[in-house]
Design a protein around this ligand. Structure first.
Ligand SMILES: [Fe+2]
Ligand SMILES: [Fe+2]
Length: 129
């Protein structure tokens, strides 16, 4: 694959590393369910390495700031997910009559809202200091 800039390679790499980490997390759980502790441990160890790769890439992209700013970004992201993305996804699932997807999207909307609130409480605490 040929991309036009280092920034594009970094952005694509971030997606690849993040998705690999999530897959290895899920594969580790599956391996545990199958009683394969050795495979589970390998998936978890390499999952953590992929997360460290992703962290380094995020740093190179300039996306890691001080905690006050990071909390602000996290709140914005959780807000967009809980008030826009997942509610719209749930409506679409309703249109399609996909009960499993309705339940998932509603659950995600609710938990992202809880994440948003937790981060907001932390940010408010920081601002009082
Ligand atoms: Fe990696
Ligand atoms: Fe979240």
């Amino acid at each position: 694959m040929k991309l036009a800039s280092v920034e594009e390679y970094l952005k694509r790499a971030l997606e690849g590393e993040a998705i690999a980490a999530v897959k290895y997390f899920a594969f580790a759980i599956r391996a545990e369910e199958e009683g394969n502790a050795e495979a589970a441990e390998a998936f978890r160890t390499i999952m953590m390495q992929e997360l460290w790769h992703a962290r380094k890439i995020l740093e190179m992209l300039g996306e890691i700031e001080d905690t006050r700013k990071n909390l602000g970004k996290a709140i914005a992201g959780e807000r967009a997910e809980s008030t826009d993305y997942y509610p719209n996804a749930a409506l679409q699932a309703r249109d399609e009559g996909n009960e499993e997807a309705i339940d998932l999207f509603e659950y995600l909307a609710a938990t992202e809202k809880a994440h948003m609130k937790d981060f907001e409480i932390l940010l408010k605490k920081m601002e009082k200091r």
